[in-house]
Design a protein around this ligand. Structure first.
Ligand SMILES: Cc1cc2nc3c(=O)[nH]c(=O)nc-3n(C[C@H](O)[C@H](O)[C@H](O)COP(=O)(O)OP(=O)(O)OC[C@H]3O[C@@H](n4cnc5c(N)ncnc54)[C@H](O)[C@@H]3O)c2cc1C
Length: 375
């Protein structure tokens, strides 16, 4: 058993996209950091993601959430350039553009409402059915669409690998295959470090819990009266191939989407099932996705089957991320609950943790953990 041979400024628990980004940002700003995961880096939800970076499709009608997504989106190009340079890896950032297609008038009205306020913030366009034929010839059945030509996609799993590689180059300590079992605490309850299956590790400044859907069970070992309200929501998602991929943009329709990847695959996702920690693919998931093939025109159902997989999105009751110091404990910070947008939100999450480390600045109050216990 390794003993307390390691003492870092920060210990980050969880090497998904959120933990890997936080660890990278801290280590490249002069802090000593240890990144710990019970499995390989990016082995859980972050492995499943489609890699869409779309504030316009994901914010719903919430303006504060749109602003958070957009702030993260704007950080992406420069951050990816830096990470690619530092890791000597490509992570496939592409400006594919995002089309939210309305397949009926009810959906067209909802999307046009979104368009009316989103156009005051970003360069979105309203596209008529006739104009849509030029953008996506196979979407002739849509009655209109909200189009965000500037929006992008990235390869989420490659981004996690690049962050770990760049972090290690900068001096980050990685411990993979190491499960965090509980926290080390002082008599007054301050968090001093972690106890793991491979020994104890101390954090001089803080332990940052970025354990996705598992964050709640780690925090529960502190015997808190207050449980972190994060639960897993399974997403099943599949890949198709063909000699010529019929869709050029990321297209959303009726709560499903397709993402054309640079390697020639078309990703089609995703279900939302409450199945606890079961991350296996089900027959019903396959059926739900297959029922949506025709939303994207006549050629998608004719494509060839390649693969199907699933992951567990960490969801809070209000669907928003939970970011900030854990109330009542020194030395503990939580970054979890990124639900459908962890890849997109990783950039702003890394910045918010870094700002807190550097000068104690808190994230906007609507994302703090204590929002669940305010009267
Ligand atoms: C089908 C699907 C499609 C998606 N598409 C997109 C998309 O297009 N765009 C987007 O932005 N987001 C997307 N998401 C959401 C995104 O994948 C998640 O929000 C994001 O991956 C969450 O990252 P995370 O690091 O918090 O969690 P995870 O990636 O789950 O990482 C948590 C890590 O913590 C580790 N861990 C847990 N417990 C312990 C312990 N006790 N000790 C040590 N380590 C531990 C786990 O092993 C794991 O590696 C999608 C999700 C799914 C399922």
């Amino acid at each position: 058993m390794e003993e307390m041979q390691n003492s870092q400024d920060f210990i980050v628990v969880g090497a998904g996209i959120i933990g890997a980004m936080i660890a990278y940002r801290l280590v490249t700003h002069g802090y000593s950091v240890m990144l710990v995961d019970q499995g390989p880096p990016g082995g859980q939800a972050s492995r499943a993601a489609a890699g869409i970076l779309s504030p316009t499709a994901e914010a719903g009608s919430s303006v504060p959430f749109f602003d958070l997504l957009q702030a993260s989106f704007l950080r992406y190009p420069a951050l990816i350039e830096e990470i690619e340079e530092a890791s000597q890896m490509h992570v496939d950032l592409h400006q594919t553009g995002v089309i939210q297609a309305a397949l009926d008038d009810v959906e067209a009205n909802r999307l046009h409402e979104l368009y009316r306020w989103q156009k005051t913030k970003v360069a979105v366009e309203w596209v008529t059915s006739a104009q849509l034929k030029d953008l996506e010839p196979d979407m002739q059945h849509a009655v209109g669409a909200l189009y965000a030509p500037h929006e992008m996609q990235v390869h989420g799993p490659k981004l996690v690998q690049a962050l770990v590689r760049a972090g290690n180059h900068a001096g980050m300590v990685s411990r993979f295959g190491v499960m965090v079992q509980r926290f080390l605490t002082s008599k007054s309850g301050d968090v001093l470090g972690i106890e793991t299956t491979k020994g104890q590790y101390r954090a001089q400044k803080a332990v940052i819990v970025a354990a996705g859907s598992w964050a709640q069970s780690i925090l529960a070992t502190l015997d808190e009266v207050r449980a972190l309200p994060v639960k897993p929501i399974r997403g099943q998602i599949l890949a198709l191939t063909s000699d010529e991929v019929p869709i050029r943009h990321i297209v959303f329709a009726h709560h499903r989407y397709v993402v054309p990847k640079p390697d020639g695959r078309l990703i089609l996702g995703a279900t939302e099932d409450d199945a606890g920690f079961d991350d296996r693919v089900t027959a019903d998931g396959v059926a739900q996705l297959a029922q949506s093939f025709h939303y994207f025109g006549p050629r998608v159902p004719q494509m060839h089957w390649q693969a199907i997989w699933a992951g567990l999105r960490p969801m809070a009751p209000d669907g928003l991320p939970i970011l900030g110091p854990w109330p009542g404990r020194q030395g503990l910070y939580v970054a979890a609950g990124h639900y459908r947008n962890g890849v997109l939100l990783s950039a702003i999450t890394g910045d918010l943790v870094l700002n807190w480390a550097q000068n104690g600045t808190l994230p906007p109050s609507g994302f703090l953990p204590e929002r669940f216990w305010r009267s």
